[in-house]
Design a protein. Structure first.
Length: 459
């Protein structure tokens, strides 16, 4: 891995070390000079003890393990295993920073614990990508050794492991029916290989399997606003659900107290179109509002493996994963004709990172990152591509740009090939999500999928 990783403690620094490299698992790195090396099962550690003042520091590079699915889950698991269980600290990590380089998501955090009567700092940096995660840990009661840890992190190169499963989007979907819609897109139905079928509708994507119907509602004014769970759920229910039902009974709302608080509403009602009594669960977490319609509550429990009427503020949020994942069913194939001569599709990203001195609590500055990327599709399957990024810190700004142009073609319904992106051909896994009267084009590098997170482009 050619990029140099950055870890942010009290300031931003870029460190390059030119010394003898060593390799451990997926790591290639420059070990700290004069530190004692110790190799154990699953970890290589380096320790330095100053004989004059008895100060010390220890770092460890931990062997890769199977990823939990994303950087957040991996970091939380590594923090619990490598920090909480070993050093008995109950404080949450501070100064968390997340970055990305060459398909790796990187998250760092620091904490404190008492060792031999002294306050000792511990820093964890976790790398997540390519279905694995691996971590580097430093512990020291002396802040002056942080520069040595930064030097170690700055020297790291990570080898990309061979993926056990490189299935593309196309391999996860049986087929997608081709029929041009009124808004000009070719594919309106997707048949997933697990039996679910998604169909684009004017106000939602309808997902069906057996006697279960799920409506993935498009955004609508008045359905999402700052409010407590109960009033927001009731307001959205009145707009999106109530007009199609009557005789509502046993209606209740619920939520789980977590950082991305999920909202639920549920009840029995008569479907005005069929005059049948149905059980409805109304849900919002990661995406917009989802409406599940089943003959009765037991049918819902059998499919989603939890009883919605037993959800309360302290329930385990993981029980909602199967319901939350239904938003992934808003997925449709892409034909070259769908984007040919459609003009500019673009995406923008910006973030601010605020740094805090972990000893004093005082501000240590802020960095800002922003980027803009666009594809402009012309006639005859031609395109122009542009990427611009800016990173500001400490009064200085670094700017980078890249451009490309050429022709594109469809490899299959789920992949597009471009003749020139950064000087070479490139293939993307692609799919559409539907909104009311429009689509969002999602793209990800097919050869180096990294974390598997797609970038969304819209007109």
């Amino acid at each position: 891995m050619k990029n140099i990783f950055h870890v942010y403690f009290l300031s931003l620094s870029i460190v390059q070390v030119f010394a003898q490299k060593q390799t451990f698992d997926l790591f290639t790195y420059t070990p700290p000079k004069g530190w004692k090396q110790e190799i154990k099962e699953g970890v290589v550690s380096y320790t330095f003890i100053n004989k004059k003042d008895k100060s010390w520091c220890q770092t460890g590079l931990y062997k890769s393990t199977t990823s939990k699915g994303d950087i957040e889950a991996d970091f939380d698991s590594e923090w619990k295993t490598l920090i909480v269980e070993q050093y008995k600290t109950n404080d949450p990590p501070m100064g968390i920073d997340i970055s990305e380089a060459e398909g790796w998501k990187i998250k760092s955090g620091a904490g404190k614990f008492i060792f031999n009567g002294k306050e000792t700092m511990v820093v964890l940096t976790t790398f997540s990508g390519y279905d694995v995660c691996l971590s580097v840990v430093a512990i020291t009661p002396n802040q002056r050794y942080l520069q040595d840890f930064e030097n170690l992190i700055g020297s790291l190169e990570l080898r990309t492991p061979e993926l056990k499963d490189q299935n593309s989007v196309a391999e996860k979907i049986t087929n997608s029916n081709h029929a041009t819609t009124d808004n000009g897109f070719s594919f309106t139905t997707t048949n997933f290989d697990d039996g679910w079928t998604s169909t684009e509708q004017p106000d939602w994507v309808e997902v069906t399997k057996g006697n279960i119907k799920v409506l993935l509602h498009y955004p609508k004014e008045g359905t999402i606003f700052p409010a407590d769970p109960d009033p927001q759920t009731r307001a959205a229910w009145d707009i999106l659900v109530s007009p199609r039902y009557s005789n509502l009974q046993n209606f209740k709302t619920a939520y789980i107290s977590t950082y991305n608080r999920p909202y639920l509403g549920m009840g029995n009602a008569t479907d005005n179109s069929t005059q049948k009594t149905v059980f409805i669960v109304f849900f919002k977490k990661s995406a917009g509002w989802t409406e599940v319609i089943v003959p009765d509550k037991n049918s819902f429990i059998q499919q989603f493996k939890f009883d919605p009427e037993k959800i309360q503020w302290d329930s385990d949020p993981d029980v909602l994963k199967s319901l939350d994942n239904m938003s992934d069913r808003n997925k449709f194939a892409v034909a070259a004709s769908d984007i040919d001569n459609t003009g500019k599709w673009s995406t923008n990203f910006s973030s601010n990172t605020y740094y805090t001195n972990i000893y004093t609590g005082n501000s240590a500055g802020m960095s800002t990152y922003s980027s803009s990327q666009s594809f402009e599709f012309g006639t005859g399957q031609t395109y122009k591509w542009q990427l611009a990024a800016a990173n500001s810190y400490g009064g200085s700004t670094n700017v980078a740009q890249a451009k490309g142009a050429g022709t594109f073609k469809s490899i299959n319904n789920w992949q597009l090939s471009f003749s020139d992106i950064e000087g070479k051909p490139k293939t993307y896994d692609v799919y559409f999500t539907a909104l009311k009267g429009k689509r969002v084009l999602w793209m990800n590098d097919a050869q180096y999928p990294g974390s598997g997170i797609f970038t969304g482009f819209s007109k």
